[in-house]
Write a protein that binds this ligand. Structure first.
Ligand code: DCP
Ligand code: MG
Length: 398
C-alpha cells in the first residue's frame, strides 16, 4: 500500500525561538552557542539564524571561527529548557494530526498520515495545516517534506528551507532524487562522499544507474543500503514508540579541570537537567550513561542499567557519580562531562510496571515541586544549594 509520510523540521530552531522572543534580534545574524569571548571562546555553535548562515556560520563550528566570520552577530547562550518546552508544543500540534509520530530530534519528526486522509485531507493539505498551526500558535516556521517514504520526505523537507513545503508525488521519486548531490543520501558522510566522488559519482542519479552488485562489490553492505536509497526505496516504518531514544546534557569546561568538587557539582546540575526533561517528556529511563573527555580528547562512556525506571535527580545523580568516580584519574584534567538517560519508556504506558517501580515518594514530591517552581518562575529559580559556590570555573551547556 502507498504510504504518505511527512517530515517536519523547524527552521533554525534555537535561533528562531530567540528571534521570536527578542524582536530586536529579528533580521539579524543570531548565533546560539557558547560564549565567543571576543573570539577566544572554546565552545561551538549550536545553530544560527539564516541571516548568519550567509556569513558561513553553521552548527557545530567552533564559536571562535563564527566570531571571525561574523563579529557583528548577536551571540546568545542556549536555553535548553525553553527549547524543550517549545519542542513539546510543536509535537503536541503534530500529534493532533496522527498518533503515528516519530520524533527524531528536538525539532523534527516523521508522521505517517496515510490513515489520516479522511479526517484531514491528503499529505499536502495536512502539511499546509501543520505549517499554519505552528506559525499561528508558536510564531515559528517549519519546513515540511511529503513523500511515500521517510528518506524522500526528509530530503524534501530540507530542500526549500526555510518555510519550505516540498511534495514528491508517488512515481516521481527518481526524477526528484536524480539531480541531487550524493551527500544527501543517508549514511553518506564527508568521508564516503569523497570516496564516491573519486569513483566519478557526483549525483544520486549517477549512483542509482550503477548495478546493485557493482555497488556491493565496491562498498560492501553500506553500498547496498545506499544503492537502495538512491533508487528511492525505503520501507522503514514510522515508529512512534522509538521516538526519543535518550535525553542528554553535556558541558565543556572553559578550562580543563581536575577539581573533583566542581566535576561532581556539574554532574549534579546535568543530572537535574536530564531528570527535568525526562519528566517534561513524560518518560522514564532504564539506563544512565556518562560521557567523559580528558584534556587530550580521550573520550570514555560508562553506562549503568537501573533496576527500576528513573526520572528524578535523586535517582540519576548517584548513578552518574558512581560512573564518574570510576573514570577520574588523579592529576588528569577533564575537558567535558555529560549525562544521558536511555532505554526510555513512556510514563503513561505499562502502568503495571510503573506501579511496581515507583521511586520513593519523597523524590517524586520534590521533583514535582521543582517542576512546578521552574514552570512558574523560570528555570533559574531553583538552584540546589550545593551548586551555588561551584560556578566560577564553569563552561556553558552545549
Ligand atoms: N543543534 C545543535 N548542535 C548541532 C546541530 C543542531 O545543538 N550540531 C541544535 C540546534 C538546532 C536544533 O538542534 O536549532 C535543530 O537542528 P537542525 O539540524 O534541525 O538545525 P536548525 O533547526 O537550527 O536549522 P535548519 O533550518 O537547518 O533545520
Ligand atoms: Mg531544524
Amino acid at each position: 500500500m502507498n504510504r504518505t509520510i511527512l517530515h517536519v523540521d523547524m527552521d533554525a530552531f534555537y535561533a528562531a525561538v530567540e528571534q521570536r522572543d527578542h524582536p530586536e534580534f529579528k533580521g539579524k545574524p543570531v548565533i546560539v552557542g557558547s560564549d565567543p569571548k571576543g573570539g577566544k571562546g572554546r565552545g561551538i555553535v549550536a545553530t544560527c539564524s539564516y541571516e548568519a548562515r550567509k556569513f558561513g556560520v553553521h552548527s557545530a563550528q567552533p564559536i571562535s571561527q563564527a566570531w571571525k566570520l561574523c563579529p557583528q552577530g548577536v551571540y546568545v547562550r542556549p536555553d535548553m529548557e525553553k527549547y524543550g518546552r517549545v519542542s513539546n508544543q510543536v509535537m503536541r500540534i503534530l500529534l493532533e494530526f496522527t498518533d503515528m509520530l516519530e520524533q527524531v530530534s528536538i525539532d523534527e519528526a516523521f508522521l505517517d498520515v496515510t490513515g489520516s486522509a479522511a479526517l484531514f485531507g491528503f499529505g499536502e493539505e495536512i502539511a499546509r495545516k501543520i505549517k499554519r498551526r505552528i506559525l499561528e500558535e508558536l510564531k515559528l516556521t517549519a519546513s515540511v517534506g511529503v513523500a511515500q517514504n521517510k528518506f524522500i520526505a526528509k530530503v524534501a523537507s530540507d530542500l526549500k528551507k526555510p518555510d519550505g513545503l516540498v511534495v514528491v508525488e508517488p512515481g516521481r521519486e527518481k526524477e526528484f532524487l536524480d539531480p541531487l548531490p550524493i551527500g544527501r543520501l543517508w549514511g553518506v558522510g564527508p568521508k564516503m562522499e569523497s570516496q564516491l566522488k573519486r569513483m566519478g559519482l557526483e549525483s544520486i542519479g549517477q549512483l542509482a544507474n550503477l548495478s546493485h552488485s557493482d555497488m556491493v562489490a565496491r562498498l560492501g553492505k553500506n553500498g547496498a543500503h545506499i544503492w537502495q536509497l538512491a533508487q528511492g526505496f525505503d520501507d522503514r516504518p514510522v515508529l512512534p514508540e522509538e521516538g526519543i531514544k535518550s535525553i542528554s546534557h553535556e558541558i565543556t569546561f572553559e578550562q580543563d579541570t581536575c577539581d573533583f568538587a566542581l566535576l561532581e557539582a556539574t554532574l549534579l546540575e546535568l543530572s537535574e537537567k536530564v531528570a527535568h526533561r525526562l519528566r517534561s517528556q513524560g518518560v522514564r529511563a532504564r539506563s544512565v550513561t556518562i560521557k567523559f573527555r580528558e584534556a587530550d580528547f580521550s573520550t570514555y562512556t560508562r553506562r549503568i542499567s537501573t533496576p527500576s525506571s528513573v526520572n528524578t535527580t535523586e535517582a540519576i545523580y548517584p548513578l552518574a557519580r558512581k560512573l564518574l568516580r570510576s573514570l577520574i584519574r588523579d592529576g588528569v584534567p577533564v575537558r567535558l562531562i555529560g549525562v544521558s538517560a536511555g532505554n526510555l519508556e513512556a510514563e503513561t504506558g505499562g502502568r503495571q510496571m510503573i506501579l511496581l517501580d515507583q521511586p520513593p515518594q519523597k523524590d517524586r514530591k520534590l521533583a514535582a515541586a521543582l517542576d512546578d517552581i521552574s514552570q512558574r518562575f523560570g528555570d533559574h529559580a531553583v538552584i540546589r544549594a550545593t551548586l551555588v559556590p561551584q560556578k566560577a570555573n564553569k563552561g556553558r551547556l552545549q
